[in-house]
Design a protein around this ligand. Structure first.
Ligand code: GLU
Length: 563
């Protein structure tokens, strides 16, 4: 559509819309198509809106066949694109053995709220369950009481719901300790595990020398007896563990007889009274098997665990799920470490788990990132094995697609200065709430001659400004501060003079507004009508999108979303 006059563009879009959907096209849809492809036309919204009506009338006068014929002639590409198959760009690679449905799981540790790193596992597994049908289990992995935050049981559930995960059931591992104990006994009986009372350092030396420790050769009966002693408190923390019998000659020492159970005397578990806990590799295998998990999508950092887990599957003779391991994802610019976040909150550095500087889903939500944007950004990253760094720009682009059509537009003047405009008679500005949809109406701003403008726009390089949707002013640097003079209403004059078109506010009718960004707070003022947008994302013209977080008699607090 490049290089065409707006009138022609509108006609092409109106025709394409009519051929695609039948009937007479809606003005909003046609204007939206044109503005979407040509944002530079947004400042000419009134003119474009009038031209759109003309184009629609022209199309309405044609028969269906005439519309097709005309579109083929004036915009063959747009005609052809109607028949392109819109392959789901984000289609994930097929999973083997998934044809008859899948059982998958999202298995976070309840150590804090979910963050953008968790979102990848959560959304990818979810997308496959939605693609193939089946069950999606939220499994709360809380068998390490040192890493349990009692509040996280609830926050993990809430965050999963916010992400739109199609969870079909939730299980909590601490509820399942008797199942793991039972399986441990079975594994010992099968000769797949033994109870090891060696000193840890001694065991490590032996392991590095590919040598069996004395406990490895114990009879099954002896192991069962020691296991019962573990359970009946005969042993204390650090004195004993259950080890999986693997391959002492395995080239990777981490694979050699790794631990499956341990004793922890403290801290107490917030959900259950226990002192014998399975380690992750054991409880994950037990549950993946017991819950019938067919496919596991997880990060490359679990590859060694996948290898370890294989030994347990083999001892039991169980089927192994299909695994996919995606590459590492570096996430810059936000704090993700749960312990760092918790400490910062405790010390007052961060306001809470949804502080704008954190990478939690709560923080993203608070600043107006939609869950669908997170999903789409994560799906676009996919399950590739290559290590990547997370692109905030892509997340913002996804979010912009969602918020741009719905966010109302307002003026926010950061760091304002007052300009008294000589020669300005009272003027009323009518500014569109949305540039692509005139039907949403206008905001009305009454200018009596004194306005607030952003300080950053007033400098000696600028001799003329256009106050958007109002009029033009000249700036004379004949003193400090400079003087401002009304110089006509014509937008064409402002364009010809290359005058910056800036946002402004009537000095007598605006409210204080603080815009909270990741870099700090920006103080300014905004239109009073912003107060009606509590909880919504708006666009502060020329500044960016923001979520209206709080309103009070003192003004507005907004969280910056992105540009
Ligand atoms: N709870 C484990 C984790 O958050 C996940 C285990 C798994 O995906 O197998 O790292």
């Amino acid at each position: 559509m490049a290089g065409q006059e707006p009138k022609e563009l509108l006609l092409c879009c109106a025709l394409q819309n009519a051929v695609k959907h039948g009937g007479v096209p809606q003005a909003g849809a046609v204007i939206g198509m044109v503005m979407g492809a040509h944002p530079e036309l947004r400042s000419r919204a009134k003119e474009i809106s009038a031209l759109a009506q003309e184009a629609i009338a022209d199309v309405a006068a044609l028969s269906v066949d005439e519309r097709v014929a005309k579109l083929q002639v004036i915009a063959p590409d747009m005609y052809a694109s109607l028949f392109e198959k819109h392959e789901h760009k984000r289609a994930l690679p097929d999973l083997e053995g998934a044809e008859n449905g899948v059982v998958m799981r999202f298995a976070p540790n309840p150590s804090g709220p979910l963050h953008i790193g968790h979102a990848r596992a959560a959304v990818l597994n979810d997308a496959y369950v939605k693609q193939y049908g089946g069950r999606y289990i939220l499994r709360i992995e809380d068998t390490d009481p040192k890493r349990v935050d009692p509040e996280a049981y609830e926050t993990v559930r809430e965050d999963s719901a916010w992400l739109g995960l199609g969870i079909t059931e939730t299980v909590t591992q601490s509820d399942r300790l008797p199942l793991y104990y039972d399986l441990c006994r079975q594994l010992i009986e099968r000769g797949g595990a033994y109870v090891c009372t060696c000193d840890n350092d001694r065991f490590r030396e032996l392991k590095m020398a590919k040598t069996a420790c004395p406990c490895r050769g114990q009879a099954v009966e002896k192991n069962l007896e020691l296991w019962e002693k573990m359970l009946d408190h005969t042993f204390r923390e650090g004195e004993v563990s259950v080890r999986v019998r693997t391959d002492l000659n395995h080239p990777d020492p981490a694979m050699r007889d790794f631990p499956a159970f341990r004793i922890l005397d403290s801290p107490p578990h917030p959900q259950v009274q226990a002192h014998v806990y399975p380690l992750m590799n054991f409880s994950v295998v037990a549950d993946d098997h017991l819950l019938g998990v067919t496919h596991v999508i997880r990060g490359k950092d679990h590859i060694a665990n996948t290898r370890r887990q294989r030994f347990i599957y083999d001892h039991f003779g169980w089927n192994v799920p299909v695994y996919r391991h995606y590459g590492r994802m570096g996430i810059e610019g936000v704090v993700l470490s749960t312990s760092q976040m918790r400490l910062g909150i405790r010390e007052g550095t961060y306001t809470g788990w949804d502080d704008i500087r954190l990478g939690t889903l709560r923080a993203l939500a608070r600043r107006g990132i939609s869950p669908d944007a997170v999903r789409n950004a994560v799906l676009a990253i996919g399950i590739g094995e290559t290590d990547i760094s997370f692109s905030w720009d892509n997340l913002y682009a996804e979010n912009r697609k969602i918020v741009d059509p719905v966010a109302n537009r307002y003026f926010f003047v950061p760091d304002p200065v007052t300009a008294q405009i000589e020669g300005a008679r009272p003027h009323t500005a009518h500014a569109l709430l949305h540039p692509n949809d005139a039907s949403r109406g206008n905001r009305t701003l009454e200018c009596t001659g004194t306005v607030l403008v952003p300080k950053s726009e007033i400098n000696r390089d600028v001799s003329m400004l256009r106050l958007k949707d109002l009029f033009n002013v000249t700036i004379a640097w004949d003193g400090t501060p400079p003087s401002f003079t009304y110089t006509g209403d014509s937008l064409a004059d402002a364009r010809a003079a290359k005058a910056p078109i800036i946002q402004w506010l009537p000095a007598q009718d605006c409210v204080p507004c603080t815009l909270l960004t990741q870099e700090g707070e920006i103080y300014g003022a905004c239109e009073p009508a912003v107060k009606q947008e509590l909880g919504k994302v708006v666009q502060f013209e020329r500044v960016g999108f923001a979520k209206i977080d709080a309103v009070s008699d003192d003004g507005v607090m907004a969280y910056f979303t992105h540009r």
